[in-house]
Design a protein. Structure first.
Length: 276
């Protein structure tokens, strides 16, 4: 049903998925996986984090050469050097996205953090990144353990600076569905401009809530879900791509461009790479 609101699927199998204990994807396998993700209709493929893993630069370049329809995404921390590396890696991509993350949980830092300097970093880095890719996504790292007022200020700043996608992660997978729903609701109530950008969620499965948490914001306006094939990802993984797609199709109030017939095939490809 094409008239239903469309939900974008952002796959992070090749980035967060590679943080699954024991998992490594060769360049050749990253290209193969990306081709299948594109074939099934995934909107955005996050391929790596060049600022932390230098080999990801060439992985992203290799994937960029074969992918035409999906957006290619590179993760970057909020330092200038990381953004430059992401931009360099994405030069050949037809549609590119730099996903910048900034720690908003000021309590967790060992240093005393000045709020204004965090806000000005967000502004500077997004302003820099938007000249070197098609779209900037900004991720509020550790959003679910952050002071809500500061989180809202940071989101507001990211939107004003030009981020077109705002991602709210449950970075450590600790949010109860009720709490995650209230967090999103609070942001929608307090930031009118959230309606003008794409809101994304990135949930981890430490307590088995990744899929539930990823879907509960759709009625509030969330329009992008970050997930990974077979639920791969750091620690206990991210939301499982196949489950997300099936639930959206079953729900019937939303639309995704993903062809779910491809899910078993890509699931098997990943299994063969990991255990074959
Ligand atoms: C940056 C991000 C989306 C992250 O994956 C963190 C990271 O991989 O460093 C998360 O779960 O918050």
């Amino acid at each position: 049903m094409i008239d239903n609101p469309s939900i974008l699927i952002f796959d992070t199998t090749l980035r967060d998925g590679e943080l699954t204990p024991g998992v490594h994807f060769t360049r050749e396998n990253k290209v193969k996986i990306a081709q299948q993700l594109e074939e099934m209709g995934v909107d955005t493929i996050e391929v790596g984090y060049p600022g932390r893993y230098p080999k990801d630069i060439d992985d992203i370049i290799a994937v960029s050469q074969v992918i035409k329809n999906s957006t290619i995404c590179a993760l970057a921390g909020s330092q200038e050097a990381e953004i430059q590396q992401a931009a360099k890696a994405l030069e050949k991509a037809d549609k590119s996205c730099i996903n910048i993350y900034t720690l908003v949980n000021l309590n967790s830092s060992s240093k005393i953090v000045d709020k204004n300097s965090v806000l000005s970093t967000i502004h500077q880095q997004i302003s820099q990144a938007k000249n070197s890719c098609s779209q900037v996504q900004w991720t509020a790292f550790d959003a679910t353990r952050s002071p809500i007022n500061f989180l809202a200020e940071a989101v507001q700043m990211a939107i004003e600076s030009g981020a077109k996608i705002i991602s709210i992660p449950d970075s450590l997978g600790v949010a109860e569905p009720e709490d995650f729903y209230h967090l999103l609701e609070n942001l929608y109530q307090n930031i009118p401009r959230l309606q003008q950008v794409t809101v994304s969620v990135h949930c981890h499965d430490d307590f088995g809530k990744a899929v539930e948490n990823s879907l509960l914001g759709l009625d509030l306006g969330v329009r992008q879900i970050e997930c990974a094939v077979n639920g791969l990802g750091a620690r206990k993984g991210n939301a499982n791509l196949g489950e997300i797609i099936d639930k959206i199709k079953y729900h019937q109030s939303y639309y995704t461009s993903i062809n779910s017939h491809f899910i078993p095939k890509i699931s098997e490809l990943i299994n063969n790479i990991m255990y074959g």
